[in-house]
Design a protein around this ligand. Structure first.
Ligand code: UDP
Ligand code: MG
Length: 326
C-alpha cells in the first residue's frame, strides 16, 4: 500500500536495529534517525532494537529510550548471549512480520548507514513500485586496505561460482515490503548468510549508493577470523561449485593416473625394468595425500553445516523483550 491509497491508516515501517555493545551510539542513532523520519509524512515509524547479548549498557540505553514514550513505538528484544548480527536481523524481521507492518528497514546502530537514505528508499519504492531498496557502498574509505582487497576477491569468486548474485559493496541496509520480509523469515536455516538470502528470495530490488562513513563510536566487531568464517559460510551456503569442482578434479586425476599407468606398462614391456625411482613415488603419494585431505575438508564443511542444521536449534534465545506489551 502506498501513501494516499488509504487515508485512514498510515503505512507502517519498522526500523530494525541490531546492536552489539553500542551503548554510546544508541542515543545519537535514535536522534539522527528520528530527525529524518519525522520529516516524512504519511508513514508511521516504529523501532525494533535487538540487543545481541551486549556486555555493556546497550540494553539500558534502549530501555531508557522506551521509557515514558508513546510515540514512536519502540520495541526491543534482548538475547541471552551474543548470537551474531545474522540472528539479530532475523529476530527483527520475524518481529516485523508478526506485527504485520507494511515495510521493514534494516540499519546498523553505529550511523555508518546514513539515515537520510531511508527517505530515498521510500521515494524509490513509491515511484517504481519495487519490493525492496538496498544500499551499497561505493567506496571503502577508512577501511583497512587488506580487508577491502579480500572482500573484493570474495565477491568475485562468489558471483562466479554460486547460483546467486551478490552485489559488491552491498551492506545490510535495506528496506523491504512485507512479502519479502515473510519470504526471508520463512527460510528455515539456522546458519544464516543474509546477503545470500536476500538475493535468493528474489523480488524486485533497486540499489542506491553511498560513500563509506566511519563508525560513530566503538570498534567494528569483525576481525580476520570472523570475516574468513563469514566468507566461507557464504560460499558453502550458496554454492555447490566446490563440490562439483572436486568431482571434476577427481576425474581428471584418475584419468591422468590411468594414462600414466598404461604408458609405464608399455614402456616396461618394451624396454624391460627401469631402476626404480623413489622420488616420483614419494611425490605422487604426497600429491594425492594432500589432494585427498583438501577434498575431504571441503566435504567436511558441507557435512558440518548439515550436522548443525539437523539439530534444528533455534536461531536465537530471547532473554527479555517488550514485544508482547501493547
Ligand atoms: N552487530 C550485532 N551482533 C554482532 C556484531 C555486530 O548485532 O555480533 C551489529 C552492530 O551493533 C552494528 C552492526 O551489527 O549495529 C554492524 O556491526 P559492525 O559495525 O561491527 O560491522 P561493520 O560495520 O564493521 O561491517
Ligand atoms: Mg559498522
Amino acid at each position: 500500500m502506498t501513501r494516499g491509497e488509504d487515508s485512514y491508516k498510515k503505512t507502517t515501517i519498522d526500523i530494525i536495529v541490531p546492536c552489539y555493545n553500542e551503548e554510546e551510539n544508541i542515543d545519537a542513532f535514535y536522534a539522527a534517525v528520528q530527525e529524518v523520519v519525522e520529516a516524512i509524512p504519511g508513514y508511521e515509524f516504529s523501532y525494533i532494537f535487538i540487543d545481541d547479548g551486549s556486555s555493556d549498557k546497550t540494553l539500558e540505553a534502549i530501555k531508557k529510550l522506551v521509557a515514558g514514550k508513546e510515540k514512536p513505538e519502540i520495541k526491543y528484544i534482548s538475547f541471552s548471549r551474543n548470537f551474531g548480527k545474522e540472528a539479530a536481523m532475523y529476530a527483527g524481521l520475524k518481529q516485523s512480520s508478526i506485527r504485520g507492518s507494511d515495510y521493514a528497514v534494516l540499519i546498523d546502530a553505529d550511523l555508518q548507514h546514513p539515515p537520510q537514505l531511508i527517505r530515498e528508499m521510500i521515494d524509490i519504492i513509491e515511484e517504481t513500485g519495487c519490493d525492496s531498496c538496498a544500499a551499497r557502498r561505493v567506496s571503502r574509505k577508512g577501511e583497512p586496505k587488506i580487508r577491502s582487497f579480500f572482500a573484493r576477491v570474495f565477491y568475485k569468486i562468489m558471483n562466479r561460482f554460486s547460483e546467486i548474485e551478490i552485489v559488491d559493496g552491498a551492506v545490510d541496509y535495506r528496506m523491504m515490503d512485507r512479502k519479502m520480509v515473510k519470504a526471508i523469515v520463512d527460510m528455515p536455516e539456522s546458519q544464516r548468510f543474509s546477503k545470500g538470502i536476500f538475493s535468493w528470495v528474489g523480488f524486485d530490488t533497486r540499489w542506491i549508493e553511498f560513500e563509506n562513513i566511519k563508525r560513530l563510536s566503538g570498534e567494528s566487531k569483525w576481525n580476520v577470523w570472523s570475516l574468513t568464517r563469514y566468507a566461507i559460510s557464504g560460499f558453502v551456503d550458496f554454492a555447490e561449485a566446490p563440490l562439483k569442482f572436486m568431482g571434476f578434479m577427481g576425474g581428471v586425476i584418475t584419468l591422468g593416473a590411468g594414462i600414466y599407468l598404461i604408458a609405464e606398462l608399455i614402456k616396461t614391456g618394451i624396454f624391460g625394468k627401469d631402476v626404480p625411482g623413489y622420488e616420483s613415488i614419494i611425490c605422487l603419494v604426497l600429491f594425492f595425500g594432500g589432494l585427498l585431505v583438501a577434498i575431504m575438508s571441503v566435504i567436511g564443511q558441507y557435512i558440518g553445516r548439515m550436522y548443525v542444521e539437523t539439530k534444528r536449534r533455534p536461531i536465537y534465545v530471547e532473554k527479555e523483550s517488550n514485544t508482547d506489551e501493547e
